[in-house]
Design a protein around this ligand. Structure first.
Ligand SMILES: C=C(O[C@@H]1C=C(C(=O)O)C=C[C@H]1O)C(=O)O
Length: 249
């Protein structure tokens, strides 16, 4: 079998899911690359990779898809790194920039604006550096590590995972390991083992030590905000999200 082309998210949230590959034999059967989520999404849609930690909102764009592994980038409470950032309260927001690096959170934001917060600001496409345009009645959805920078700057922070949970009573899945073709069962099994290995206590501590940052406590991020297990409840949340976005106007 040719090497499986695997693409993963380049943010801090994904480091624990990659740690276990370094000393697992499955690495010999794969070629790993990293990039921001919307790029990986496009690579999986275009077929330039076989498997990716992709935003779940692209599932409807894949002719064939398989959710592999028991792990994901999810949340059962505030996620901290996916928020609507604003200098004014929700009801005063007139425009919202939608992060160009995201495919899931931008759809989640549209859903929440319409059905939960029930406000109708103009939605603006964003370009690199758009965070600087947040201000006054202009807000922005920012994801990943760049969201930690915004957390220190903005007066109002609306956490999208928290809002989803308040809206639906279900946890949320941002991204999951998804392939665009059936992969051998023995590969899937080994891959699952490797991606889960970094979540064990001592290894998670190593991940934290390897990625020093003063942006946010990574210990809190990995243990209290991001929830990595793709549990039955998360699968329910995912199914509900995919159903809800069909009706998005
Ligand atoms: C929690 C996060 O989840 C992410 C959000 C994604 C999206 O909005 O498309 C995709 C992958 C994840 O990295 C984050 O990036 O902060």
């Amino acid at each position: 079998m040719d090497k499986v082309k695997v693409a993963a998210v380049s943010y801090l949230n994904t480091k624990p899911l990659l740690y276990g590959f370094r000393d697992h034999p499955v690495s010999g059967h794969m070629q790993l690359s990293v990039d921001f989520p919307s790029r990986i999404a496009q690579q999986l849609i275009d077929g330039t990779v076989d498997l990716g930690l992709v935003p779940v909102a692209i599932i409807p764009f894949l002719p064939e898809h398989y959710i592999i592994s028991d792990y994901c980038i999810g949340a059962e409470g505030p996620v901290a790194s996916v928020c609507l950032f604003s200098d004014v309260p929700l009801e005063e927001i007139r425009e919202v920039y939608l992060d160009y690096q995201s495919r899931t959170s931008v759809v989640l934001a549209r859903l929440l604006l319409q059905d939960f917060w029930k406000i109708t600001p103009a939605l603006l496409p964003a370009e690199p550096g758009y965070e600087e345009k947040i201000g006054g009645t202009t807000a922005g959805v920012v994801i990943g590590d760049r969201a930690f920078v915004q957390r220190k700057k903005r007066k109002y922070i609306y956490d999208l995972a928290e809002a989803w949970i308040n809206h639906t009573g279900l946890p949320f899945v941002f991204a999951a390991w998804i392939s665009n073709k059936a992969l051998p069962a023995h590969f899937e099994q080994a891959f699952n083992e490797a991606t889960g290995a970094g979540l064990q206590g001592p290894r998670l501590e190593k991940v934290i030590a390897e990625n020093p940052t003063d942006l946010f406590s990574l210990h809190d991020y990995y243990t209290r905000h991001i929830s990595f297990e793709l549990s039955v409840q998360k699968r329910r949340g995912l199914a509900h999200f995919l159903e809800s976005i069909k009706k998005l106007s």
